[in-house]
Design a protein. Structure first.
Length: 255
């Protein structure tokens, strides 16, 4: 009854408006800080248009896949003739060196060379895997895995563009999940146990990585070097997704 001329409704409305305004500002502040983190993590050189940036990412990805297709068609005998130990050592040396060049260099030429050092060893792995499945009568399974990979990749990119905050927040979770999965798979391999569920887990992880890497690609400065770097990360995600989907589909056909 006694309010000393003070309007409680007005107070509540002003308080709620202020609270909602602060919440909105806090959310934007967190998102802007997250985007700024990725922008500050890269050297800002001459930026290009969004259209040119996306075209370079797409062209770099297409180049990697065409190289892999040529290798699958022509390099099977060469891949099979290599000593397994030499092949494994060469794979890791080239992939690690290429990854280092891509991540550390701000020169698009050097980054592209590093990208090739990743594409070539992964292409040799794909050569062995795809030809082995093909000789086993899984030609249709290979095509199905390729189509599903394409659809999933486009879908994850679309979701990432729609919900960039969510995907940018997944980086640490995806990294830890992948590390745990790789360690668990290695342990099971050495004790002679194979669990098909791990393939499903890896598929989910790399689906998340496609969304994360696409969101990150759009949060960093749009330069030629960053476009090549982003294409390299997406290439690794897509190839790993394809290999796991192929294993799942082939196993399903056997059953």
């Amino acid at each position: 009854m006694y309010n000393n001329g003070y309007d409680n409704n007005g107070y509540n409305n002003n308080y709620n408006d202020g609270y909602n305004y602060n919440n909105y500002n806090n959310e934007n502040y967190n998102y802007n800080n997250q985007a700024a983190y990725y922008q500050n993590s890269y050297v800002q050189r001459d930026e290009i248009s969004t259209q040119s940036y996306n075209m370079i990412i797409g062209a770099t990805l297409l180049y990697g896949f065409i190289v892999n297709m040529i290798m699958v068609s022509c390099c099977f005998e060469f891949a099979m003739s290599m000593n397994p130990i030499v092949f494994t050592i060469a794979y890791f040396v080239l992939a690690i060196t290429g990854g280092f060049m891509v991540r550390k260099s701000d020169n698009p030429v050097i980054s592209f060379i590093g990208y090739n050092l990743i594409v070539i060893p992964m292409g040799l792995c794909l050569t062995i895997i795809i030809n082995a499945y093909s000789m086993g009568g899984y030609e249709s399974t290979i095509i199905t895995a390729f189509l599903i990979t394409t659809i999933v990749t486009l879908a994850m990119m679309g979701l990432s563009a729609a919900f960039p905050r969510f995907f940018l927040s997944m980086g640490k979770t995806l990294c830890i999940s992948l590390l745990i999965t790789v360690v668990a798979e290695l342990i099971l391999f050495f004790i002679g146990i194979q669990l098909g569920i791990i393939d499903y887990v890896v598929v989910l992880i790399f689906c998340g990585y496609i969304g994360y890497d696409w969101a990150k690609a759009n949060a960093i400065p749009k330069t030629v070097d960053n476009a090549i770097d982003s294409a390299c990360e997406l290439y690794i995600d897509i190839v790993n997704l394809f290999i796991r989907l192929l294993r799942i589909l082939a196993r399903a056909n056997n059953n």
